[in-house]
Ligand binder design. Structure first.
Ligand code: ARG
Length: 464
C-alpha cells in the first residue's frame, strides 16, 4: 500500500512501480534519512507541534531501526518506493500511530533534498581526505626528486631543463585547487532545506535553525521553492570532480608516456600493471589508462545532471530523482581513481639516468646559451639568432652544445669564452632558475615545504 494511496482507486501498475521506484539507489542515504527525521521529530516536539512524548517515541523508534540495520536484524525492503517511505513505514510498524506524525510539516521534497545534502557532505569529506593522501605521496616523491633533471616539454618537444620534482609539483598545485573547490562547494551544500515543505513552506511554527544546528549544518535555505528544487550543490560537486578528473587524466597520460620504451622515465610496480594474454613481453599501465578513461564517465555524470536540470520549471519535478545516480557514480568513481592512483604513484620507480640522458639531447640548454650572451651585453634577439646558428652547426656536425669546440662558438660570436660550458651545463641551467615558481631545486624544496604547511593549516581549519 502506497503512502499516497488515499486518492487512488486501483493499485499501481507493476512496471510503473519499478520505473518510479528509487530505493535501489537511494537506499544509500538511509542513515542520513534517519538522522534528518530524528532532528525533525525533536524540533516538532520542542515546538509542541507534536507532544514531547510522541517526539521521544519517534526518535527511539528511529534509533531502533538504525540499530537493527547496523546489526543486520533489519533489511531494507527493495520493493518499497523509496528510502523515505520505507523508513516511515517501518517506524509506524514499530511504534504505531505516533509514527504517522513524523511527516507533519514535511514533504518528501524537502526531505530528499536534505538527505542528499547530508550524504554528499560525508562523501565530500571522504574525497577531501583521499586527495590529501594523494598529495602526501606526490610531495614525498617530489622531495626525493627535487634535483632529478629531466627535459621539460612544450608541444611534446624537448624545450628546457626542469626537475622531476618540479614537474610533480605542478600536479600538486592542481590537486590543491581541487581541495579548495571541494571545501568551497561543501559550504553551500551544508544548508538545510527542511521547512520548505512540498514547495510553499508550512503553516506550523517550525524552528528551522534548530534542525540545521542539530545536523551540524551552517544555516537554512532562504526560499522554499529554491529549497526543494535547488541541485546546484550536486552540479558544483560534479564540476569540481570533473576538473579533478581532468588533472588525474593528464597525469595518467604522462605516466603512460613515461612507461613506454620511447621514454622509459619510470617503471611501475608489478602490483599496479598488467600483462598481455598474447605478448609475453608486455607490461601495461592499465591503472593510468583506466583513470584516463573514467574521466569521461565523470564528465558524463556532470553533463547528464546539467541536462536534467536545465528545463524543469519550479519547483520539485520527478526528473530530479535522476540526480542521485549521476552524483553517486561520480563520487564512487573519483574515490577509487584517487586511491588507486596514489598507490600506483607511491610505488613507482623513477629512472633518473634515463631522464638525464633524454635531457642531454634536444638542445634544451639553447635558451641558457642565449641568456649567456645577454649577460655579456648582447640584445636577446641577437643572442637568439647566434644560438640558432650554433644549433644548426651542431646538427650538421652531429654534436651538442656541450661538445661543440669553443673556436666554433667564437666564429659565430666573439663574446663566447670557455666559461660558456659551465653556463650551459644542465645542472647550472636548472639551479639558476631561481625565480619564484621556478624549477631550481631550492625553489622546489621551498614550494614543497610551503605546500606542506598550507595543507597542515587547512587540515586544522577543515570542518570535517
Ligand atoms: N524519490 C524521490 C526523489 O528522489 C523523492 C521525492 C519524491 N517526491 C515526490 N513528490 N514524488 O526525488
Amino acid at each position: 500500500m502506497k503512502l499516497w494511496a488515499g486518492r487512488f482507486q486501483s493499485e499501481i501498475d507493476q512496471k510503473t512501480n519499478d520505473f518510479n521506484s528509487s530505493i535501489s539507489f537511494d537506499c544509500r542515504m538511509v542513515h542520513e534519512d534517519i538522522k534528518g527525521s530524528m532532528a525533525h521529530a525533536a524540533m516538532l516536539g520542542a515546538q509542541n507541534i507534536i507532544s514531547p512524548d510522541e517526539s521521544r517515541k519517534i526518535i527511539d523508534g528511529l534509533q531502533s531501526i538504525l540499530d537493527d540495520l547496523q546489526s543486520g536484524a533489519l533489511q531494507i525492503d527493495k520493493t518499497a518506493e523509496d528510502i523515505h517511505t520505507f523508513i516511515e513505514g517501518e517506524l509506524t510498524k514499530r511504534i504505531g500511530d505516533s509514527g504517522k506524525r513524523l511527516h507533519t510539516a514535511r514533504s518528501r521534497n524537502d526531505q530528499v533534498a536534505l538527505d542528499l545534502r547530508l550524504y554528499l557532505i560525508g562523501k565530500t569529506d571522504e574525497l577531501h581526505n583521499a586527495v590529501c593522501k594523494l598529495l602526501d605521496v606526490i610531495l614525498r616523491q617530489a622531495q626525493q626528486h627535487a634535483d632529478t633533471i629531466m627535459p621539460g616539454y612544450t608541444h611534446l618537444q624537448r624545450a628546457q631543463p626542469i626537475t622531476f620534482g618540479h614537474h610533480l609539483m605542478a600536479y600538486a598545485e592542481m590537486l590543491h585547487r581541487d581541495l579548495e573547490r571541494l571545501s568551497d562547494c561543501k559550504k553551500r551544500m551544508a544548508i538545510s532545506p527542511l521547512g520548505s515543505g512540498a514547495l510553499a513552506g508550512t503553516t506550523y511554527p517550525l524552528d528551522r535553525e534548530k534542525v540545521a544546528e542539530n545536523l551540524h549544518l551552517n544555516g537554512v535555505t532562504n526560499n522554499s521553492l529554491d529549497g526543494v528544487s535547488d541541485r546546484d550543490f550536486c552540479l558544483e560537486l560534479l564540476s569540481a570532480l570533473s576538473i579533478l578528473m581532468v588533472h588525474l587524466s593528464r597525469f595518467s597520460e604522462e605516466i603512460i608516456l613515461w612507461c613506454s620504451w620511447e621514454f622509459k622515465f619510470i617503471e611501475l610496480s608489478d602490483a599496479f600493471a598488467t600483462g598481455s594474454s598474447i605478448m609475453p613481453q608486455k607490461k601495461n599501465p592499465d591503472i593510468a589508462e583506466l583513470v584516463r578513461g573514467k574521466s569521461g564517465r565523470v564528465f558524463g555524470d556532470l553533463m547528464g545532471m546539467l541536462t536534467v536540470m536545465k528545463g524543469i520549471p519550479l519547483a520539485y519535478n520527478k526528473d530530479m530523482q535522476e540526480d542521485k545516480e549521476a552524483v553517486f557514480d561520480a563520487v564512487d568513481t573519483v574515490l577509487i581513481c584517487v586511491d588507486t592512483f596514489a598507490a600506483m604513484l607511491d610505488t613507482m620507480t623513477v629512472l633518473k639516468d634515463n631522464m638525464r640522458t633524454a635531457a642531454a639531447k634536444g638542445f634544451i640548454n639553447a635558451t641558457d646559451c642565449a641568456d649567456y650572451l645577454v649577460y655579456k651585453g648582447l640584445p636577446f634577439r641577437d643572442a637568439y639568432k647566434a644560438v640558432g646558428q650554433l644549433v644548426a652547426l651542431c646538427i650538421e656536425k652531429n654534436l651538442t652544445l656541450e661538445t661543440l669546440p669553443i673556436e666554433e662558438y667564437q666564429k659565430i660570436c666573439a663574446d663566447f669564452a670557455p666559461d660558456v660550458y659551465d653556463a650551459i651545463a644542465l645542472e647550472t641551467c636548472v639551479q639558476k632558475r631561481l625565480v619564484k615558481g621556478g624549477p631550481a631545486p631550492d625553489c622546489v624544496s621551498h614550494e614543497i615545504e610551503a605546500m606542506r604547511k598550507t595543507l597542515r593549516k587547512e587540515a586544522e581549519e577543515y570542518d570535517g
